[in-house]
Design a protein around this ligand. Structure first.
Ligand code: PLP
Length: 410
């Protein structure tokens, strides 16, 4: 639809008022009733994001020579990620625009490694568990790589099935820490062994857990090894704009060595503009996103993250116990901030729709049909409200289902 630009500009206060009007139909995530799309670590962190972003909103991470500030911040943020995820000394990485970008670039590196270092020719494939994120399919579609999704076992990646699906043309195998649909950490140690035994590139997708799991472990929860600690892991994706609480547009892609990362870089000079080497998919890279990530990480520190992530796991445990009390079955044994639950006698999607009437905007699973929550620190405060509203929605859906049955048989 074509929309003419206003003939004359308006005053900023008027334009701003119209933005508020546009936003009036949006979910009210600051009240804590949204458990998807937004990671809410409270107003203090939101202010840090906003101010840090604004300070560097015009600066461009494409030009490290012009902006050594951003280069330094990126190196430090990547360094924090490498340290938290037990990377060896020769490891390295980059900030990208998001998880999809990190995954795409990790696959680009793995593919180029297969072609250039191992001399692979012909069609290529990747082997991923059924629960892996669609970003892998998108990246593979872009590069014309076949995707082999393997069945799960108890909602987790099945290393045996993945081993069967992999062959000489497999450029990457994937495990999630955790996967998005069920919030469960795949058996990464077994995948690492498979990768080492067969010389496969193992990518661990820790987009939603990379900046959460290390602190949950520090808080005393038993999280099995899932990162570079395992020798078969060659690359990882970990989003800053999820449980890193950074402003949107920030993720990290990390490699076991700088040599592996070199396969990600696109270095080009056959045009009249001179040499252009870009580390990630982007050309221009928003300085604000890099600065906001750096600022939030420095404001929170280990103690701050431990506190925020403790609130996330407390909310998850409370809600988990509550939904089980209401007769739902939790899928697997979640350890982080995501959980999915279902019951056989009621359509969870009906319950989901009913919850929207009370202002809850959450997510669902389809295998099986279930309710899905991605929790933030703010949810520790509203867990009881959620459970009360869930009980109400459940009763309402059951009542209508009973009515429908009675209407049919009377
Ligand atoms: C969010 C997510 C992604 C994709 O990240 P975007 O930032 O949305 O592109 C990939 N994998 C998992 C497990 C995720 O949760």
């Amino acid at each position: 639809m074509r929309t003419p630009l206003p003939r004359t500009g308006a005053d900023w206060p008027q334009v701003r008022a119209r933005m508020a009007e546009y936003a009036s139909g949006d979910v009210r995530w600051r009240e804590g009733k949204t458990a998807v799309y937004v990671f809410n670590a409270g107003p203090e962190i939101e202010r840090v994001q906003k101010e840090a972003y604004a300070l560097f909103q015009s600066e461009n991470g494409l030009g490290p020579a012009a902006f050594p500030s951003l280069k330094r911040m990126e190196e430090e943020v990547v360094g924090f990620g490498l340290e938290l995820l037990h990377a060896p000394a020769e490891a390295s990485g980059a900030i990208t625009a998001g998880g999809t970008d990190s995954i795409t670039m990790a696959l680009k590196a793995a593919r180029d490694f297969a072609r250039k270092a191992r001399g692979l020719k012909g069609p290529l494939n990747i082997v991923i568990p059924r629960s892996a994120h669609p970003a892998f399919d998108k990246a593979a579609a872009l590069m014309e790589i076949e995707v082999r999704r393997t069945p799960l076992r108890d909602f987790l990646a099945d290393p045996a099935a993945m081993g069967d699906a992999a062959d000489e043309s497999t450029v990457m195998i994937v495990g999630s820490a955790p996967c998005f649909p069920y919030g469960l950490i795949d058996p990464i140690a077994a995948l690492s062994e498979l990768a080492l035994a067969r010389d496969l590139w193992l990518h661990v997708d820790a987009c939603v857990g990379g900046y959460l799991a290390p602190f949950v472990r520090m808080n005393g929860e038993g999280i099995a090894p899932f990162d570079f600690e395992l020798p078969g892991v060659r690359s990882m994706s970990a989003d800053l704009h999820k449980y890193g609480y950074a402003a949107k547009g920030a993720s990290t892609v990390l490699f076991r060595s700088a040599d592996l990362q070199a396969f990600m870089v696109f270095d080009f000079k056959d045009w009249p503009g001179g040499r252009m080497a870009t580390p990630t998919l982007a050309g221009t890279r928003p300085g604000g996103a890099i600065a906001a990530a750096w600022a939030v990480m420095n404001v929170l520190g280990v103690a701050g993250y431990r506190e925020k992530q403790g609130q996330v796991t407390a909310a998850r445990k409370r809600i988990q116990a509550g939904v089980e009390g209401l007769g739902f079955r939790v899928m697997g044994a979640p350890q982080l901030g995501l959980l999915a639950f279902t019951r056989d006698d009621v359509d969870s999607l009906g319950v989901w729709a009913k919850l929207r009437e009370r202002g809850w905007f959450t997510s669902v699973t389809t295998e099986p049909r279930g309710l899905h929550l991605m929790l933030s620190p703010v949810h520790a405060e509203v867990a009881e409200t959620y459970l009360a509203d869930l009980a109400w929605a459940l009763d309402a859906v059951r009542a209508t289902a009973t009515h429908a049955v009675e209407a049919r048989y009377s």
